[in-house]
Design a protein around this ligand. Structure first.
Ligand code: MTE
Ligand code: CO
Length: 390
């Protein structure tokens, strides 16, 4: 087959001449041929870029770790630029000794490394009433998964001495939005981290440099970036982000509140609208990601006929609690129309619902916590569209 292919028979420039030496690019950037692999936003979604969101290009990634430069960003008051030497973390409220830590102080506590996904509660929110955005980057790209290095929050609270009547902790951001949320003390003492590294290097400014709270499995809004204060109290503070926002208005007129856990969810990333099938029929790798705020993913099923028949996909790579899982289904495509869906199950036995099941349970007013099953229509020419099946 390779006969006559000049890429085989002729010597190419990159084979003939020396390349750049070391230090040509002291930090390092991806190949110029990957320049299309970037975060993207949807301009009409928000009024300004300071209070907006950019999405992870899930269809270009593989494995379970999101590269730092591609982690979606969600800010309510722009990116704070903080010199770590000027950063302080204060603990006050119902504690024996109010404390202020410098970054240097924090780095003298025992630290841990853990892999977690972070998903914004608004991820897939635009899809509540029907298929809307053409690409998993936009429908599902408000999620990332990195390895965090940080100090268990428990150690810092123990250092301050939590009073016996304490029940809640309120983290506060140092950015212009001064983001605040109420977190139950049990969660704070369980698995929360005060993190300063992601994927081995310092947090990116977009992700809260120099310090952010990690709240494993819970909605992204609680993972306060540019973390400057932790107040300990005996009741929730009823902040804007837990009353006017991040609540789910039901058809009854009542709203669900404090819906912290991000439920079991998955999406096929390839093929998808931004990643059509370009090679025609024959072997086709169907791939995607799954995650659950309850723990590990135990199974992912994939259908290619809109839910009539399901096959169990192959989960490959590390399977860690509250982290992204990668799955594959390797098929032989006959070139006909496909309706591809994935449905994940977690270790607590929860299955992803269909979008119709979700609407029956929660009505159509919701934005947040849409973990419904996504459908991609793969057409005979390999192009892919976001659709819903009844
Ligand atoms: N923390 C502060 N201080 N300011 C913010 O605007 N946005 C929150 C949360 N923490 C926010 C914040 C929201 S809604 C989400 S989804 C996550 O940060 C997004 O984290 P990321 O930008 O690292 O993806
Ligand atoms: Co969010």
């Amino acid at each position: 087959k390779a006969e006559g292919d000049p890429l085989i028979t002729e010597i190419q420039d990159w084979n003939r001449y020396l390349g750049d030496g070391v230090q040509a690019n002291p930090y390092g950037t991806p190949s110029p041929f990957e320049s299309h692999v970037v975060r993207r936003d949807v301009e009409w979604l928000t009024a300004s870029t300071e209070s907006s969101v950019s999405f992870t290009p899930l269809h270009e990634l593989d494995g379970i770790i999101t590269p730092n430069g591609l982690c979606f960003e969600r800010h309510h008051g722009g990116i704070a630029e903080i010199n770590p030497a000027d950063h302080r973390l204060m603990i006050n409220g119902l504690v024996d000794t109010p404390l202020v830590f410098t970054m240097e102080d924090l780095k003298r506590f025992p630290r841990e490394n853990r892999v977690y996904f972070l998903e914004c509660a608004a991820n897939s929110g635009m899809e509540w009433r029907g298929a809307q955005l053409n690409g998993c980057q936009y429908t599902h790209g408000m999620v990332h998964c990195v390895v965090y290095t940080g100090v268990p929050l428990k150690y810092l609270l123990e250092e301050a001495g939590v009073k016996t009547n304490a029940k809640w902790v309120m983290p506060e951001g140092a950015d212009a939005s001064a983001m605040t949320r109420s977190i139950p003390l049990e969660k704070a003492l369980d698995d929360c981290l005060v993190a300063f590294k992601m994927n081995g290097e310092a947090l990116r400014p977009e992700q809260g440099y120099p310090l952010r709270l990690v709240v494993p499995g819970w909605e992204g809004n609680m993972w306060i970036k540019w973390l400057r204060r932790l107040e300990v109290g005996d009741q929730p503070w009823q902040q804007r982000e837990e009353t006017a926002k991040y609540t789910d208005l039901l058809t009854s007129g009542k709203a669900r509140r404090f819906t912290w856990v991000m439920d079991v969810k998955s999406v096929v990333t390839n093929p998808s609208p931004q990643a059509p099938v370009t090679h025609g029929k024959g072997p086709l790798v169907i791939s995607g990601v799954a995650w659950s705020g309850n723990g590990k993913i135990t199974r992912v099923d994939v259908t290619t006929d809109g839910g009539r028949n399901w096959k169990t996909a192959r989960i490959d790579g590390p399977s860690l609690p509250k982290a992204m899982h990668r799955f594959y289904l390797d098929i032989d495509w006959d070139g006909s129309d496909l309706l591809i869906q994935s449905r994940a199950m977690d270790e607590d036995g929860f299955f992803q619902p269909t979008k119709d099941e979700l609407r029956i349970a929660r009505g159509e007013n919701s934005i947040y916590h849409n973990n419904g099953i996504q459908t991609w229509h793969v057409k005979t020419d390999g192009t892919v569209e976001n659709v819903e099946v009844a």
